[in-house]
Design a protein around this ligand. Structure first.
Ligand SMILES: [Zn+2]
Length: 213
């Protein structure tokens, strides 16, 4: 399995990689190891398929709050052929109407992302229901995060369906991109940068509501 960090993270991760607790949680026990391939690539060798699948299911991973894009390296493929521009996330869909919770609608919402994998809503029932519609989808790591969409209703006010991302590393509250903080934003040249469309409410588990604009 190969991993590539997004470019601006290079030095801080490379310096500290083997000692990071998050990295230890990748469960590289005595039979596994990490190999630095150079040029910001690392190769993780897992001792068992079970360990590998668990790590893949729990993606995304991060070190020092910086995203690591983790990909399987196909036996018949080269490193250069692996697409490191997208990474899988669990995305909670909040504020959805009960009447719209279905496998088909989950697929439609998942279609807003570059790659949609599956959801926690099954064909027959919502037995995996935990209070949220959860979709497994890949996001493009260099693009602003998708925040949700407005849902029109016939005789009532529109509702804002909101996305919340699990295990989201650092991202910018100004431009919505992963990999830098608001004060470091080079997409926003304003003197007083501030959160608006993006903010901590995009993290799953965040109690904070999106502030009114
Ligand atoms: Zn930014």
């Amino acid at each position: 399995m190969a991993a590539k960090k997004i470019p601006e993270l290079r030095r801080c991760i490379e310096d500290t990689l083997p000692q990071q607790p998050d990295m230890e949680q990748l469960a590289l026990n005595e039979d596994g190891n990490i190999n630095n391939l150079g040029n910001n690539f690392y190769l993780f060798v897992f001792p068992s398929i079970t360990d590998k699948l668990r790590v893949l299911y729990q993606k995304p991973w991060s070190v020092q709050n910086k995203l690591i894009v983790l990909k399987e390296w196909p036996i018949g493929g080269t490193l250069e052929e692996i697409d490191f521009s997208i990474e899988d996330f669990w995305i909670q869909v909040h504020n959805i109407l009960m009447s719209l919770i279905s496998k088909n609608n989950a697929t439609m919402i998942g279609g807003l992302f570059p790659v949609y994998h599956y959801s926690n809503v099954s064909e027959e029932s919502v037995v995996q229901w935990d209070g949220n519609l959860n979709i497994r989808a890949a996001i493009r790591v260099d693009d602003p995060l998708k925040v949700g969409f407005a849902l029109k209703r016939v005789d009532r006010a529109d509702v804002n369906v909101q996305f919340k991302y699990k295990r989201m590393p650092e991202f910018c509250y100004s431009c919505g991109r992963i990999g830098h903080a608001l004060k470091e934003c080079w997409f926003d040249n304003s003197l007083f940068k501030r959160a608006g469309k993006y903010g901590p409410w995009l993290r799953a588990g965040s109690k904070e509501k999106k502030r009114q604009e």
